[in-house]
Design a protein around this ligand. Structure first.
Ligand SMILES: Nc1nc2c(c(=O)[nH]1)N[C@H]1C(S)=C(S)[C@@H](COP(=O)(O)OP(=O)(O)OC[C@H]3O[C@@H](n4cnc5c(=O)[nH]c(N)nc54)[C@H](O)[C@@H]3O)O[C@H]1N2
Ligand SMILES: Nc1nc2c(c(=O)[nH]1)N[C@H]1C(S)=C(S)[C@@H](COP(=O)(O)OP(=O)(O)OC[C@H]3O[C@@H](n4cnc5c(=O)[nH]c(N)nc54)[C@H](O)[C@@H]3O)O[C@H]1N2
Ligand SMILES: [Mo]
Length: 653
């Protein structure tokens, strides 16, 4: 038995450092590595159960060619030579007839490793394929933030301990930021008050002193009303604003209309609740907003972020240890990724397709070059992407040549013409820089890849050669690319570089006070902040919210039966009075539907939910899951997903 260091590759702010135990080439256990002071030697149930998935007999271990109808999952094994030969001869024909833009790559966040996440961009730029605008997650939030704060970072999670008022705003701590829970408990022991602001009483409610449930998409209105109260009651920090903000006077003049009496019907909370919240925020010594992303996945998500971002500026929170926000942009890019992303190879006018509009793109709507081949790697669009039925209709097209690089038979893989076998992180070498704090870890492969499994980089290197392209990675292996990025990092000292290259996690402190990284060093409230306008909504009565589940991460971990069992069956939660009005009872089967699709699942009434709101946690495998109800409309800023801005009907099954 031996123990090696590794790092969690999943799309999660925590970036846990891991210890992997092996016997021969078999991974027998995964635990937390105490060498990382933040993740502190413990990991979530998903990671603890990962060996089950790594060692699963259901893994794909050779390239496969489709033998049955698309979507049925019938395949036969082929060799790598055959697979690469078939893919590249189809592509050469398609390129000769229609041009390379007829090929679309689709990838998102299966692995967050710098090399394997990004190397496809280098390859597809070199090929001249259509480009994918990757805005499936929180780009409305990051774009709204940038408009006010430029390239500034926000707090490190451990800074939150120093706050005396913590707003958990649209954030599910036990699900998505588990290592913040002990920090919140410490803050509470020091006397801090914690308030959850969400559309349902998510698992964070157990950590909070108070829960305020608001109407979906009303966050901007809440922030603006709080700002009005702060301004009217003299709770703003005029000295800080005068020195560090641009445009406060103009912005404050727009706040008149956001009277809590006027906004209560939008927000769904009485004026007193809004005023008390604003007063508590304004009187706190170091108020901190832990900001999740759920609220920003709305037609008004970018503006809502701008309004929320104005709050810490208005009270000068950034000047106080523990004050500000955590969760928006907690780490700068610690390494230069251009050796893998190769932005220099991207064509300036290449067709760009938004990741949220895959279904529409596969139907050929609005494209100058229709898509005839799709290459999916580290993503599962058949379940995670909005308008699932349109995506599936597109994937079922007989004339679409689809390649999927995957670890097991996902819903997307079932539609592939060719499947290529992909590794777990313990079987490939990569560099990890999580987005929740400043940390960097180099994680060499712990065991050899099983069967015929190859990494993203290995596949793109093979495809480059077979397409006759100059190798975008100049013959470098993942190890060589990682070492180069560490050596060239602007953020690390020599000593830290050596530590990283030895495989140890390096955690960096954030400066205090955090520098405001805009051109003039000021927080920008001047470009008029609208802050709130009605979300897209729809004509159906209930508002649908897609929330994270504790035991799975997007569609990942659906391959583990232990985690599937812990998560339980597909469920929606709704307000108990709404359920009673519809004559629906706990545990019965209900149908959620709108003009895009229908989902049948179990009704839970165990947690408080805002009126006229339905919450679906998790992404389940199969057809007619929650994204069959989500539109592909985009947000105000950042062209991002609006998966939390949809309406539905609910009835008995
Ligand atoms: N266990 C687990 N961990 C995960 C994930 C997972 O699926 N499961 N996903 C990973 C990924 S990809 C990401 S991006 C991160 C962060 O994932 P996010 O999706 O940003 O999750 P949270 O930050 O927890 O925020 C979600 C919360 O936003 C709330 N919400 C939705 N709409 C509104 C609204 O209009 N107003 C308000 N106030 N609240 C609203 C939801 O009810 C939910 O409680 O987590 C990562 N970690
Ligand atoms: N309804 C609903 N929809 C959602 C969400 C939600 O909470 N609810 N969350 C949204 C968010 S925030 C996000 S970020 C997206 C995420 O959506 P995706 O990026 O599609 O992420 P996953 O669902 O985790 O699927 C990743 C796939 O990549 C594969 N994979 C992992 N590592 C590798 C590798 O190294 N190489 C290759 N080739 N494959 C690999 C895994 O086996 C897995 O099937 O989903 C979004 N969609
Ligand atoms: Mo995400």
């Amino acid at each position: 038995m031996s123990t090696c260091r590794s790092a969690c590759p999943y799309d999660c702010p925590e970036g846990c450092s891991l210890l992997v135990e092996t016997e021969g080439n078999t991974v027998t256990s995964i635990t937390g590595d105490p060498a990382n002071p933040f993740t502190d030697g413990w990991v979530c149930a998903k990671m603890r159960n990962l060996p089950e998935a790594i060692n699963s007999p259901e893994r794909i271990l050779t390239p496969l060619r489709r033998t049955g109808a698309k979507g049925t999952g019938e395949f036969e094994p082929i060799s790598w030579d055959q697979a690469i030969g078939e893919i590249t001869s189809r592509w050469k024909d398609l390129i000769a007839q229609y041009g390379a833009e007829t090929i679309l790559p689709y990838s998102y966040a299966g692995t967050m490793g710098v090399v394997h996440r990004n190397c496809g961009e280098g390859f597809f730029h070199a090929l001249g394929a259509s480009r994918l605008k990757r805005t499936l997650c929180s780009t409305a939030k990051s774009t709204g933030w940038q408009k006010v704060m430029g390239g500034s970072c926000d707090l490190a999670p451990w800074d939150v301990e120093h706050s005396d008022l913590i707003l958990l705003w649209s954030a599910n701590i036990p699900a998505t930021r588990a290592h913040l829970a002990p920090i919140l408990r410490k803050a509470k022991a020091n006397g801090a008050k914690i308030i959850l602001i969400d559309v349902y009483e998510n698992a964070s409610a157990e950590l909070a002193d108070q829960t305020i449930l608001i109407q979906p998409g009303s966050d901007g209105a809440l922030a603006l009303s709080m700002l009005q109260v702060l301004d009217q009651e003299g709770l703003t920090d005029e000295a800080w604003l005068a020195e560090h903000a641009a445009g406060w006077e103009e912005f404050r003049a727009t706040l008149d209309v956001w009277d809590p009496e006027e906004t209560q019907c939008l927000i769904g909370q009485a004026p007193d609740v809004i005023r008390d919240l604003a007063r508590a925020y304004g009187r706190a010594k170091a108020p901190c907003i832990v900001l999740g992303s759920g609220f920003s996945r709305s037609g008004n998500g970018g503006e809502a972020t701008r309004a929320i971002t104005a709050l810490p500026a208005a009270v000068g929170a950034w000047a106080k240890k523990g004050g500000g926000t955590y969760g928006v942009c907690s780490s700068p890019d610690l390494v230069d990724k251009s050796a893998v992303k190769r932005p220099d190879l991207a064509g300036p006018n290449t067709q760009m397709i938004n990741i949220n509009q895959l279904g529409r793109a596969l139907e050929g709507k609005g494209l100058s070059t229709p898509i005839r081949s799709l290459y999916v790697y580290h993503a599962n669009p058949a379940t995670v992407t909005s308008d699932q039925n349109a995506v599936r209709r597109g994937l079922a097209r007989e004339d679409l040549f689809t390649v999927v690089h995957e670890r097991y038979m996902t819903d997307t893989a079932k539609y592939a013409d060719i499947i290529l076998p992909a590794p777990y992180m313990v079987e490939q070498t990569d560099l990890y820089t999580p987005y929740g704090y400043r940390q960097i870890q180099y994680a060499p492969a712990v065991v050899p890849a099983p069967g015929e499994v190859k990494s993203n980089l290995e596949v793109f290197t093979l495809l480059s050669a077979a397409m006759g392209l100059d190798d975008p990675f100049q013959g470098r292996t993942a190890e060589e690319l990682c070492r180069q990025m560490v050596e060239d990092s602007w953020a690390l000292s020599r000593e830290e570089k050596d530590k990283v290259l030895a495989g140890e996690p390096v955690v960096l402190e954030s400066p205090f006070p955090l520098p405001i990284q805009t051109e003039d060093g000021k927080v920008h409230l001047d470009d008029p902040i609208i802050g709130w306008f009605p979300p897209h909504g729809g004509s159906d009565p209930f508002h649908l919210i897609c929330a994270p589940a504790v035991h799975t991460l997007n569609s990942s971990f659906n391959e583990s039966s232990t985690l599937r069992d812990l998560r339980g069956e597909m469920t929606v939660r709704m307000n108990s009075e709404d359920a009673a009005r519809l004559g629906l009872v706990l545990g019965e089967q209900v149908v959620c539907y709108n003009k895009l699709g229908e989902m049948t699942c179990t009704l839970a009434l165990d947690r408080a939910v805002a009126p006229m709101t339905v919450v679906a946690e998790g992404v389940y495998p199969g057809e007619n899951t929650v994204n069959c109800l989500t539109h592909d409309r985009l947000s105000d800023w950042g062209e991002a997903t609006t998966m939390n801005d949809n309406t539905i009907w609910v009835r008995k099954a």
